[in-house]
Design a protein around this ligand. Structure first.
Ligand SMILES: [Zn+2]
Length: 179
């Protein structure tokens, strides 16, 4: 049985267990994040393509802006995608997309807001069903009061959570189904 060196960790694995990503062989552990990254890049590309109404002339400009932000702002493609969805997917308040200015300004402006938003959504998903039911069935004034109580209480635990999540890649894939 043939063995190959994983391009990620440098350890030898049975070739049949390895996955080829962008022409390079990886062990299952190293392949996972790279496959995810490849999927995100495809998703981001599709998103941009739809955003510019499938205009092939605008696409190179948009992908250049993505590359610039990844190289210079340390933005992650998944974070850029999440930010674009945050800004453009709400048809009520979404600003019109302007092909001339592209996405860079918008993404730089909303990146951290989008990150905070997804952290909150993530947190909300972790709140127990009983807790949500309790909040939903309360009279309005109580909710207001309890909200601030909750906020105060959450502030302490969210400091800890922020530490864990800060700088962590925003990945929409992580929210609905984490594999
Ligand atoms: Zn490996």
């Amino acid at each position: 049985m043939g063995k190959s060196v994983c391009k990620g960790c440098g350890i030898r694995f049975p070739t049949e267990d390895m996955t080829v990503v962008s022409g390079l062989k990886y062990c299952p552990e190293c392949a996972k994040p790279r496959l995810k990254e490849a999927r995100t890049n495809i998703e981001l590309n599709d998103y941009l393509f739809n955003l510019c109404n499938k205009d092939q002339d605008v696409m190179p400009y948009l992908t250049t802006q993505v590359k610039w932000m990844v190289d210079n702002n340390n933005f992650k493609p998944s974070g850029i995608l999440a930010t674009l969805k945050y800004v453009y997917d709400d048809s009520e308040t979404a600003p019109p997309f302007n092909p001339r200015s592209g996405i860079q300004y918008i993404v730089q402006k909303y990146y951290s807001t989008a990150r905070d938003f997804y952290i909150q959504v993530h947190h909300l998903n972790q709140t127990s069903e009983d807790e949500i039911k309790r909040i939903l069935t309360m009279p309005t004034e109580t909710i207001t009061l309890t909200r601030s109580e909750l906020d105060a209480r959450d502030k302490r635990s969210s400091e800890k959570r922020k530490d864990e999540l800060y700088g962590k890649e925003i990945d929409l894939n992580d929210i609905p189904d984490d594999d």
